[in-house]
Design a protein around this ligand. Structure first.
Ligand SMILES: Cc1cc2nc3c(=O)[nH]c(=O)nc-3n(C[C@H](O)[C@H](O)[C@H](O)COP(=O)(O)OP(=O)(O)OC[C@H]3O[C@@H](n4cnc5c(N)ncnc54)[C@H](O)[C@@H]3O)c2cc1C
Ligand code: SF4
Length: 484
């Protein structure tokens, strides 16, 4: 344990943000890094609990050994801290930036609303490791002669590929887009995580012998059956990309878009990639000088809000059909679980108008172009309340109500009837593979990440990639020393 009385003496402090008026002028990250000394003081607050709830199972999905590295940071042993952190998490610089931090929710000090600043400490360890040149390729000492194809280079595919490469297998990653990273690159905006962090991990992985084939849509450009024949194992990490159908009349009006059309376009613009060649409903989609309405209450919706402000939107309104959550949760009933409470993302804090318990009834337009959104209030069962209809002026509307499963064309179409995909009551589809061996209904084929568990979080994708890598290694070699 760091400082025995640390939690009594030191106040919680997290990295501060640039003021909203400054940060909406650019797309870069806007957190102001803390000094080493400040981070060490935060690590000193950890109580090294007898049962560290931060560490799991309700806390960290990759089971980061949080009390251990808090102690190492407090004692100025940053090299050992990153070694420990890398033993459970391939990409702590990603999670340190964009994880919602269920660990902090589960921290014992959260009973008093002052959890240890775990996410801030994690990011500081990861960033320092790069600064000090600690992060270098770690190629396997011995090659196994086995070949593995990974389809998809999101966090699940990247984590799996790194683990499998280090286990000595020849790993080839096939990615449909022109650059690796999945939603880390094309969904999540730069202001939450700049993309050079992905590039330097890719460079490290290439140094470990992993090969990336970008611009290859498996099932379209290359038959998946060819991969299954050519490789000793195939791991499918294709994500959950089908937008949930909103069924709102008027969605075909000019100015109404699925959130991902908007976010992917902006990410490509910043990455200096071609946006003309992609089949956008109408390119470019820009919010400058416009009234914007975002339908949905999750991460994707929030990212549309922040992007619209940075493009110069006049007004951004976010519509959420759920009731407004309480400002403070009842700790004794929910802790250490993730609590439903009022959360304000950095994007929402930039000035969004948030409406709760509101249904989007129709997009209304003139001469084929969106002008208004017709809404009404709903009761707790989401039934419209009579006489509550209202209109919001809108030039642009983004539908961000989630994703329902893997894309149905391409790979899934090629394997239809063979690759078992299940649906739940809400119509969400996911590839059938259990969390023990990650094997699909097809011999030699495994699945992990959002494609298997449904839309989730980066940290869960990393966990699944790591566990699936171990399952593949066991399948190929009969045993594995890779951690689960
Ligand atoms: C806008 C947005 C914001 C988010 N923000 C956060 C956040 O702040 N924090 C957080 O923890 N999570 C966030 N998430 C969720 C998180 O990004 C995902 O849970 C995570 O990326 C899933 O990882 P994955 O590797 O399973 O899939 P993905 O990241 O979706 O990667 C799948 C990859 O597979 C490729 N692919 C698919 N099919 C094929 C094929 N046939 N051939 C070749 N390549 C293929 C795709 O091009 C893609 O690159 C967000 C999601 C969205 C949409
Ligand atoms: S729950 Fe909080 S105080 Fe306890 S070990 Fe984890 S980080 Fe430290």
């Amino acid at each position: 344990m760091g400082k025995v009385t640390g939690f009594l003496e030191i106040d919680r402090q997290v990295a501060k943000y640039q003021p909203a008026s400054d940060r909406i002028r650019h797309f870069r990250e806007f957190t102001i890094p803390m000094t080493d000394g400040e981070v060490q003081k935060q690590a000193a607050r950890c109580m090294d609990c007898g049962i560290p709830y931060c560490h799991g199972p309700t806390g960290c999905p990759v089971h980061n050994q949080i009390p251990d590295w808090n102690d190492l940071v407090y004692n100025n042993n940053w090299d050992e801290a990153i070694r420990n952190l890398h033993s459970t998490n391939n990409f702590p610089e990603f999670t340190g930036r964009i994880c919602p931090a269920p660990c902090e929710e589960a921290c014992t000090l959260n009973l008093e609303d002052v959890p240890v600043a775990i996410k801030t400490v994690e990011q500081a360890i990861a960033d320092k490791a790069y600064e000090t040149g600690y992060v270098v390729p770690q190629p396997a000492a011995v090659q196994t002669g086995k070949k593995v194809a990974v389809i998809g280079s999101g966090p699940a595919g990247m984590a799996a590929a790194q683990q499998l490469g280090r286990a000595g297998h020849e790993v080839h990653v096939y990615e449909r887009e022109s650059r690796p990273g999945g939603l880390l690159r094309y969904g999540i905006p730069d202001f939450k995580m700049e993309k050079h962090f992905i590039d330097r991990r890719v460079t490290q992985m290439q140094g470990e012998g992993v090969t990336f084939f970008c611009g290859v849509n498996v099932g379209v450009d290359k038959p998946v059956k060819e991969l299954i024949e050519e490789y000793d194992a195939v791991l499918y990490c294709g994500g959950s990309e089908t937008p949930r159908p909103a069924g709102i009349p008027g969605a075909d009006l000019e100015g109404v878009h699925n959130a991902m059309d908007y976010l992917v376009q902006q990410n490509r613009r910043i990455g200096r990639e071609n946006i003309d060649s992609v089949a956008w409903p109408s390119a470019p989609i820009l919010a400058g000088g416009k009234h914007v309405v975002v339908v949905g209450g999750g991460d994707t919706a929030s990212d549309c809000v922040g992007t619209a402000f940075r493009q110069g939107a006049v007004k951004v309104t976010q519509l959420d059909i759920r009731p407004e959550p309480p400002v403070k949760e009842d700790k004794l009933t929910v802790w250490p679980y993730w609590a439903t409470k009022m959360r304000v993302s950095s994007s929402q804090a930039e000035g969004a108008d948030r409406e709760f318990q509101v249904a989007t009834l129709e997009f209304i337009g003139e001469e084929g172009r969106l002008t208004h959104v017709r809404c009404c209030e709903v009761d707790e069962r989401r039934k419209p309340i009579e006489g509550t209809e209202f209109f919001i002026k809108a030039d642009l509307a983004f539908i961000a109500i989630g994703f329902s499963g893997p894309l149905e064309d391409g790979l899934v179409k090629e394997l239809s009837g063979e690759l078992k995909i299940s649906s739940d009551r809400r119509g969400n589809r996911a590839v059938d593979a259990n969390e023990q061996d990650y094997r699909t209904s097809i011999d030699k084929m495994f699945a992990a990440g959002d494609v298997r568990r449904g839309q989730s979080l980066v940290v869960w994708a990393i966990r699944e990639g790591r566990q699936a890598a171990r399952a593949v290694d066991e399948f190929l070699m009969g045993a594995s020393v890779l951690p689960r």
